[in-house]
Structures are given as C-alpha cells and as structure tokens.
Design a protein around this ligand. Structure first.
Ligand SMILES: *[C@@H]1O[C@H](CO)[C@@H](O)[C@H](O)[C@H]1NC(C)=O
Length: 622
C-alpha cells in the first residue's frame, strides 16, 4: 500500500513554479503482499522518494496487535537504528542497512500487516503496508474409526459412523472432502440426512490447524463393494490449491442371506475312485452355518463338512444321487436350501474266459472271450504287444501256431469318461514240436578262427539243443523263442560240412545247418551285421584280427609296387625313348595291377583315378 500525505506546503495552486516546491511530499514503496512457507525466511523492503531534501528522516516498522500499533524496528538518518525489544518478533527480526526487515524463521502468528512509516521534516509523514501470508501444507489425512462392522438395515435406523478423517497441522485451514468409489460426496451437515459429515477444527499451540471430518451413512448391501477415502484440500503460495489423499478402505457390512448357491466343483464326468467337491455359499455376510445332507429314504443323512465345502473321497456308484445344502441364517426371511445331483460312472473288472494260463497244442482252435459291465457304453479290445487284434471282446484262432504264444491283454474302456479303463490278461502257451528259424550264413577270415552261431527255435515244452560238432553252448529265452548260442573253432571239417543245430522236445525235433565260409575281402558293414544278427554287439576276435592283418599286407604290397613303378619311370626318362601315348598306356596297366589287391573297386574308376595321378609329370614332359 502506498499512501501519500501532503505536507505543510501541500495546498498549492496549479500555477506553482516547480513540482518540487508545489508537492512537497514523501512517497513510500513497499511490496503489498508477501507469501511465505512456515519456517522459511521473509524480507520486507521499504524505500521512499521525496520531493524535497529534508534535514533528517526516520523510518519505523509497525505491527498491529489487538487494534494497537506496536513498533518493532526503527532507523534514523541522524542517530541510531535497531530492533525494538520485547515484541513478538524481537528474537527473529533483523534490520537491514537498506531499512528492510527480515523475519527468520517465519511462524504462523507472523501472518499480519506490517507498516513502514517514513517521516521527514518538511515533507511530513507517509507509510506503506505489506500483508504477510503464511502457508503450511497439512499432513496426509489419516482414516480411523472404520473398523466396526455395520449392520445393513432397512427403514429408519440411525446412520452409522463409517469413518473419521483427520489431517493435522495445516495453514490456512484446509478442507476435507469424502469420496466413495472415486466420486466426491457433497458436503452435508444436516444430521437428519442419511449421509452427513460432522466437521471439527482444532487450533494447535503452534498456530496450525488440525481438521477432522466424521462420515455417517446408512450403508446398503451394495456398499460392501464400495471403496472410501478422503482428501485434504489446502492453499499454497501463488493461489495454488493442492490436495493429498488418505488410503482407501471398505466397509465391513453385515447383511442377511437372500440366496444360497450350491455348486459341484468337478470338471467333466465323475467316475468311481474320484474325489467329489461341492461348495455351498450364500449372498449374506457373514456366511451362515451350512449343513450338507445326502438325500436318502427314509431320512436324509447329514454329512461332515467344514466352511461350506463338502468333499467326498474315493466315490463309488453308491454315492451318486441327490445332495442338499442348508444355510442356517436366523435373519433370513426365506428358506435357504438347495439341492444338486451327480452320477458316478463305473466299469466292472474285466474278466477273461477261459482264465488261463492256456496250453493248447499246435493246430488247436482257441477262443478267448472278455467281459465286463459299465454304467455307460464301453469298448473291449484284445491286444498283444500293444497291437490291437480284436475290437469286440472275442479273439479266436482257428488253428494256433507256435508263434501265437504269448500274453494277451483285454482292455475295457468307457470312451465318454476319460480315464475309466480296466484290463485283464491271459498267457497262451502253444505246445508243439520245435521250429528252428532259417539260419544265417557265417563268414570267417581264415581257417581255425573262432565263430559264434545262434540257433533260435519256437516250440513248447522248451526245446533241447544238440550241436554237431559241439562247442561252448549257452541258452537264453526271448519271448516264445529259445536261443542256443555256440562258440567253436572253424576247422576244415566245419568249413566243409557246416554246423548242425538240432532242437527237440517230446513232440519231435527240427534241425538246420549253418554254412561257414572263408571271406578274404575286408568285412563290410553289411556282412558283419548279417553274421551277428540277433546280437549286433557280438563280433569274433578272430575276424577283427584277420581284417587288420590283411590291411597291413595290402599296404606293404602297394608301397613295393609304387617303388617299382617310380624306379621304372626314372629309368625310362633317362633313356628318353618313350612317347607320351605309350607311357600313358603303361601307367593304366600298372593301375590295374594294383587294383587286384583292392577288393571291391571297379576297374574303370580305378584306371581314371590312377592315370589322373600319374599323368601330371607326363604332361610336363610332353
Ligand atoms: C497280467 O495280469 C496280472 C494279474 O492281474 C498282472 O500282475 C500282470 O502284470 C499282467 N501282465 C501284463 C503283461 O499285463
């Protein structure tokens, strides 16, 4: 505020000679409004302009308390200056050399008007006013008194306290706003309304303000899902409005049940052996006591259950039927009962007729039947070694053979009920004279080596084996076959006549001859496999030895031939008598010679390869 007071020579005519003479005055300049946060520092400046130089000036700072002015600081152009003692501000005030005052730290009670008064002899007295505004952000609002459960009641019951919102230490006084589901609730103070607020304001000793608002409501059942919170709105410098929100909270409402829900939790069809889960609950709060019954005649059977959950473990077909759930809510106006029912799918044990084990003779007719029963449509499949042989539960053989021996499994299943499956099996043993598998010819590197032969025979009772000539024998059983393995020396007699395997039991005998021959060529992969079929890991030590020694011989012969060739070429070159064409021919011929040692190479390829190698030096010469 600026105010100009006219001095002694203030009354003056428009015809005055100069402005200075005419308007003898002092003009005081201050900042009209200063905003500061509590605890900060504020400086209030005061300057003045005069129309005439006066011999002395006095600057004084005042505040106004209870309508009376009190000086807080002064300055004299001639004389001393300082802060007045025993004022509200004495301890926190400093006077600058520029006649400004500084308050630090600022308190709430410093919020008032400050006057800077300037007095100068001839120019009179003038003053300026500065209004200081102090701000302090309040604390985050806190919710309390929201822990009680509220009973939802219809009619004219009094409103209940929903919660109390408190925000401490604000300045200027902040405002509390309540929110329900994010929407502000209009401020209602009339306590006859259903929803209203009771506000209160407390001035703290510090001068700050604590505001509180208690929200009252008549909650409805739907409010159980609502969230509430409050915010505090407060002012800050430069006309800013800020806000801070409390945590949200929900009401714990009590209301009677109106409906009951009874659910089967199992997914898909229920089969014997399953656990069945049932859940029963109401739309009331809290959940009332819930009882489960199996509906039976003459009277229902109460079942043990806990917290609205019924579990039937390992059900059987006898557990199928109706179940009842009853909620015991004394506040409810309706009967709270629901029923549900479920069926239990089952498959009886699969039975095989005849039971087995069976011992038919080779050529007999055999019929296997498989039976079961089920709550639903089912399938019956006969399988052997996971191969399906029949789809209708009957498996018949007009004439069984030795190879039909084995374990037959009948699998019963209900396709509409996943996992509902049972099975039975029967072992079929076919009696008959032995049958030896066609033998595999055996090759050996040289006479005298050790050979291993496998003789595999069907037949029951298990055949006895006789080898001619005999050797070191071992017998193993694989499925419906018996295998005799023999290891013996490949003598000249063996190479000439072969080895005979004879298998016999009470029904007769079978015999097969194994041919043993020498094979000089390196053993190819195929040969090795053929010789050891039935046991690929097996390889005679002799064979390996023979193989490696023939390689050594081949290498030595090759090296010798090459040496000879090189020597020959060298000799011919020296003489210089051979034409190019002739020379090539000779080379090819020597290639062929070499080829005699390498067993399975075609002579055409060999010739090309060799001439390719040897042509190079020749080409140089031609
Ligand atoms: C056959 O049935 C018996 C008895 O049920 C069982 O112990 C056995 O494991 C079954 N065999 C096969 C191959 O399924």
């Amino acid at each position: 505020m600026e105010r100009t007071m006219l001095g002694r020579f203030g009354v003056c005519t428009v015809f005055a000679l100069t402005l200075q003479v005419c308007l003898a005055a002092v003009t005081v300049n201050v900042i009209p409004k200063v905003e500061v946060i509590k605890g900060d520092t504020v400086q209030l400046t005061c300057t003045y302009i005069t129309t005439e130089t006066a011999s002395s000036f006095v600057v004084q700072w005042f505040i106004e308390i209870a309508g009376a002015r009190e000086r807080i600081a002064y300055w004299q152009s001639k004389g001393d200056a300082g802060v007045d003692a025993n004022t509200l501000l004495t301890e926190r005030l400093t006077l600058g050399s520029d006649k400004s005052i500084t308050i630090s730290p600022v308190n709430v009670e410093d919020e008032m008007t400050y006057y800077c008064q300037v007095t100068g002899g001839p120019v009179g007295t003038s003053e300026g006013e500065t209004v200081v505004k102090v701000f302090n952000a309040p604390e985050k609002p806190m919710i309390s008194g929201n822990n009680q459960a509220i009973t939802v009641s219809h009619g004219s019951a009094p409103s209940s306290q929903v919660g109390k919102c408190t925000s401490r230490n604000g300045h200027p006084e902040p405002r509390i706003v309540w929110f329900k589901d994010g929407k502000p609730l209009p401020v209602v103070k009339d306590q006859k309304e259903k929803t209203f607020m009771i506000p209160s304001v407390v001035k703290e000793a510090s001068g700050l303000t604590t505001v509180t608002s208690i929200l009252f409501m008549q909650p409805e059942k739907a409010d159980a899902k609502s969230v509430f919170h409050c915010t505090v709105e407060y002012s800050m410098p430069r006309d800013q409005t800020k806000q801070d929100s409390s945590e949200t909270f929900s009401l714990s409402l009590l209301y009677p049940s109106e409906n009951v829900f009874f659910k089967l939790m199992n997914q898909g069809p229920i089969k014997e052996g399953d656990d069945v889960d049932m859940i029963c609950e109401t739309d009331g709060n809290p959940q009332p006591e819930i009882s489960f019954y199996q509906v039976t005649t003459p009277e229902d059977k109460k079942l043990p259950a806990s917290a609205g959950k019924l579990v039937l473990k390992n059900v059987t077909r006898n557990d199928a039927g109706n179940y009842k759930c009853e909620a015991e809510d004394f506040d409810a106006v309706v009967d709270l009962v629901k029923t549900l029912s479920f069926s239990v799918h089952y498959l009886e044990l699969v039975e095989v007729d005849p039971k087995g084990p069976l011992f038919p003779s080779q050529g007999d007719a055999v019929e296997l039947q498989c039976k079961t029963q089920s709550s639903d449509e089912y399938t019956l499949k006969w399988k052997k070694d996971s191969k399906v042989l029949s789809q209708n539960g009957v498996l018949s053989f007009q004439s069984v053979s030795l190879s039909d021996a084995g374990v037959y499994i009948c699998v019963g299943a209900v396709p509409s009920v996943p996992g509902l499956q049972k099975q039975a099996n029967v072992t079929l043993t076919v009696k008959g004279k032995p049958e030896i598998d066609t033998p595999v010819d055996v090759f050996i590197a040289k006479e005298g080596g050790l050979i291993t032969l496998n003789c595999s025979a069907l037949g029951f009772p298990a055949p006895q084996f006789t080898w001619t000539p005999s050797g070191k024998e071992s017998v193993t059983v694989m499925g419906n076959k018996v295998i005799s393995r023999i290891m013996l020396e490949a003598t000249s007699a063996v190479l000439k006549d072969g080895v005979k395997c004879e298998a016999s039991n009470e029904f007769g005998m079978d015999s097969k001859k194994f041919k043993v021959s020498i094979k000089t060529e390196p053993v190819t992969h195929e040969d090795a496999n053929a010789a050891n079929r039935g046991n690929p890991m097996f390889k005679t030590a002799d064979r390996q030895q023979a193989g490696s020694s023939s390689v050594v011989i081949a290498v030595v012969v090759c090296v010798l031939l090459l040496l000879l060739l090189v020597a020959g070429l060298f000799f011919l070159n020296k003489k210089g008598k051979l034409s190019c064409g002739k020379k090539n021919k000779k080379d090819v011929a020597s290639g062929d010679m070499k080829g005699g040692i390498v067993v399975e190479m075609k002579s055409g390829e060999k010739g090309n390869e060799e001439s390719g190698l040897l042509n190079k030096p020749n080409a140089d010469q031609c």
